[in-house]
Ligand binder design. Structure first.
Ligand code: SAM
Length: 260
């Protein structure tokens, strides 16, 4: 790896801190019927620890220059697929395995953090995600109402998952050293989701409510039946002058279910 030329465009900041690698892996709740997906194994520093669980590990790496390094990992439960994760047919890949729980564990390439997470949520029944992300992005994932980081993605992710911080990670834990701070975030699928009558409508309502962050609900939801929205808000002690960032996940569910 000494002569390896790291590509910034592929988000190649490799984790060199053994303590953080251990923290990532130890925070996973792997059972014998689990399967692990890793996006961007790089030189395999986390992969080597993941295969020790003894469950299937499927790693997707876009950069073929890492092939010889990854082939050094001698494990019968590891499959490395050299492809852009975003263009992979996950159904096809996963259908070869039998499993009950899917885990995504990865130090993600930051330039495609949200697309990767969205893909995994959309295309699989993922149970747990433990991901290293840029600190600001992690703050948004975990943000609560009335905070500057709270947005439609926070509501969307918190609808499906309990989200917590595993650890913050200094720039010095990577090589090459990145310009941004990082955080490891853990998502665990909620045992019971809030009852939503029409999921697509709920997600659209949340997105629309946040269209212009500084504007109130009367403005952002002007294309909805405002009289009904007002009645729904009244029931939870709020009104159309509130902004989306002042509404909780439960508030959004209440409004969506009132309208549909
Ligand atoms: N797992 C290693 C570690 O922790 O040291 C490397 C993590 S590095 C932040 C991100 C990795 O994702 C790189 O190996 C990069 O080549 C890979 N990568 C970037 N874009 C990708 C994509 N679209 N599909 C799969 N892997 C990708």
């Amino acid at each position: 790896m000494n002569s390896f030329k790291f590509k910034k465009s592929l988000g190649q900041n490799f984790l060199i801190d053994d303590n953080i690698k251990r923290k990532i892996v130890n925070s996973a709740s792997i059972l014998k019927d689990s399967i692990i997906i890793e996006v961007g194994p790089g030189n395999g520093s986390i992969t080597k620890l993941l295969v020790e669980f003894g469950v299937p590990v499927v790693a997707f790496e876009i950069d073929l220059r890492l092939k010889s390094e990854l082939e050094k990992i001698d494990s019968s439960n590891l499959e490395v697929i050299f492809q852009d994760f975003l263009s992979v047919n996950l159904d096809d890949v996963l259908s070869k395995y039998s499993y009950e729980r899917i885990h995504l564990i990865a130090n993600l390439p930051y330039y495609i953090t949200t697309p990767i997470i969205n893909k995994v949520i959309k295309e699989t029944s993922v149970y747990e995600m433990i991901v290293m992300v840029q600190k600001e992005v992690g703050d948004r994932f975990m943000a609560k109402p009335n905070s500057k980081d709270y947005n439609s993605l926070s509501v969307f992710l918190q609808y499906y998952f309990d989200i917590s911080k595993v650890t913050t990670v200094s720039k010095n834990s990577f090589f090459p050293r990145p310009n941004v701070d990082s955080v490891v975030v853990k998502f665990t699928k909620k045992e019971e989701l809030l009852k939503v009558n029409d999921l697509d409508f709920f997600l659209k309502l949340v997105r629309d409510a946040f269209t212009q962050k500084r504007k109130n609900l009367r403005n952002n939801l002007s294309l909805y039946d405002l009289e009904k929205v007002e009645k729904a808000l009244f029931e939870i002690g709020k009104d159309l002058t509130y902004r989306a960032e002042q509404l909780s996940l439960e508030d959004f569910v209440h409004i969506a279910n009132y309208l549909k």
